[in-house]
Design a protein around this ligand. Structure first.
Ligand code: AMP
Ligand code: ZN
Length: 491
């Protein structure tokens, strides 16, 4: 099966292919670290994590780069307002960002460049663009002349000639341009001015890099001139990514990225996020209200990335239930796999079908709804099979367990859920299940003293054991798992 992804540049679903066989070079526009990231930002980041994980699942070696925008208008405004150096604002925000990243169980990218550490490379890009005649200087600032870039605007589907109004609407503040459509590469600034918190020397005098230039420089530094995938939220299409293409391709003359992927925005209770509505929730705000990170992660991943995602508190409750259902199901098949029971092909069949449907759905531009329905279809079918005394199938249980493990390598919610149960809980379940298997063998050999000793051992670790007709029920902390008993076992 092969992966197809929707490329925003060509506006088509295209078969995914890498520049270098087996290796994906991916750049994600990271957070602007002027304030703690909100759940909207984390919708983008969590989806990028899903994409990373799915690429790895498909066998690719992934090199993922997500930058930290630690110098731009917003970070500078925050530092100037407080009269502190830029890093006094950005360092703590980066720390919070990494904390939230960890809370949601996102995998660590290979590189997390900070823009302020790459200013030299940015200056070199401006020099290279100047040598190619694509820039002009005005009052200490350097601009990109989009009139000299024939392909400009293709990504956003805009005709560069009609861009005047859009460029202004995008909030450009530079009035020294030859053409209002042009964008700044290097913004001249006075080192001694009041509130100057971010100024570097350059061949054009003191100043700072433009935001778009930062991403071009960091992406090419770590990933080379042509990336496989570049992502961001839809708000990045224009002007940010449009300008990144103009700059990068202006320097190299090569295609900047093979695929451009964009995630739609997150809404909260049906409304656009905004500070004035008070709905820009952060991860710790939700956790403080008692919501589990695993449920937040699940909800953020549960809609297709190209559709807006409506984040609601009802949805969060439903997400928590869905995660628990999967979590308990995994315990149950684990236990079924440990028991010595009759083999049956039914569970094996259901699991094999679910696994194929899961991968086919994810291959289809990461169709998570279909992928989840394949997994929950298996949960339903397998629970039904396991509810019956016959047939219970160790071989099938192993296949079902492999499907859940595959699911979680990609979705990563059960791993987070595991951390939420009392520490080491997963380990306790595995251990208790193994001890129950041992106890059944002792009973079969009529070694009741040993069986009782094992029960005492379990109870010493807080595991309550109840023998039912078909199951041994184990209760530990808030969890209950049922270990199927071998057919004809002594009671
Ligand atoms: P920023 O910190 O504003 O530079 O944004 C970081 C990332 O979050 C970018 O990829 C944005 O496109 C994305 N983003 C911002 N707001 C939202 C939202 N409401 N929903 C989804 N993604 C968003
Ligand atoms: Zn960017």
């Amino acid at each position: 099966m092969s992966l197809r992804l929707y490329d925003s540049l060509t506006r088509r679903l295209r078969a995914f292919k890498t520049v270098e066989a087996g290796r994906v070079r991916m750049y994600n526009c990271g957070p602007t670290v002027y304030d703690r990231a909100h759940i909207g930002n984390f919708r983008a980041f969590t989806w990028e994590d899903l994409l990373r994980r799915y690429l790895r699942f498909k066998g690719y070696d992934v090199c993922q780069v997500m930058n930290l925008t630690d110098v731009d208008d917003r970070t500078i405004a925050a530092a100037s307002a407080r009269g502190v150096p830029l890093a006094d604002v950005t360092d703590p925000v980066i720390e919070m960002f990494l904390e939230d990243w960890d809370t949601l169980g996102l995998e660590e990218p290979e590189h997390r460049p900070r823009a302020t550490r790459f200013v030299d490379g940015m200056i070199r890009l401006v020099e290279a663009l100047s040598e190619r005649g694509l820039t002009y200087e005005s009052e200490g600032s350097v601009y990109f002349a989009i009139g000299r870039s024939p392909e400009y605007g293709r990504l956003a589907g805009i005709d560069a000639k009609g861009l005047t109004a859009a460029g202004r609407a995008a909030g450009d503040e530079e009035y020294d341009k030859d053409d209002p459509r042009d964008f700044v590469l290097w913004k001249g600034g006075d080192r001694d001015a009041d509130g100057a918190v971010a100024v570097w020397d350059s061949p054009w005098g003191p100043g700072r890099p433009g935001w778009h230039l930062e991403c071009s420089a960091m992406a090419m530094h770590h990933l080379g001139e042509t990336l496989d995938i570049h992502t961001g939220g839809v708000d990045n299409l224009f002007p940010h990514h449009t300008n990144e293409i103009a700059q990068s391709e202006g320097v190299t003359g090569k295609k900047f990225s093979e695929f451009w992927l964009h995630a739609e925005h997150l809404l909260v209770e049906g409304r656009k996020m905004s500070k004035s509505l008070g709905n820009c929730f952060t991860i710790p705000e939700l956790v403080d209200r008692g919501h589990a990170p695993s449920a937040i992660r699940y909800l953020l991943l549960s809609g297709h990335y190209r559709a807006q995602l409506n984040f609601t508190f009802d949805g969060l409750e439903a997400a928590a239930k869905a995660v628990t259902r999967l979590y308990e199901f995994r315990d149950r098949v684990r236990a079924a796999g440990e028991a010595e029971t009759d083999a049956s092909a039914d569970l094996e069949d259901a699991a094999t079908r679910a696994r194929a449907a899961f991968e086919a759905a994810m291959d289809d531009d990461l169709n998570v709804s279909e992928a989840l329905s394949a997994v929950f279809g298996l949960v339903r079918e397998a629970n039904h099979l396991l509810d019956r005394v016959h047939p219970r199938a160790p071989a099938g249980a192993e296949t079902a367990l492999a499907v859940i493990d595959a699911f979680d390598r990609v979705f990563g919610v059960l791993a987070v859920r595991g951390r939420e149960s009392s520490g080491g809980d997963d380990e306790l379940v595995a251990w208790a299940t193994a001890r129950i298997g041992e106890r059944e063998r002792a009973r079969k050999n009529r070694d009741f003293a040993r069986a009782d000793a094992i029960r005492a051992e379990l109870e010493a670790r807080g595991v309550i054991v109840e023998d039912l007709a078909e199951f041994t029920r184990l209760r530990m902390g808030g969890r209950t798992i049922q270990v199927p008993r071998p057919l004809g076992a002594a009671r």
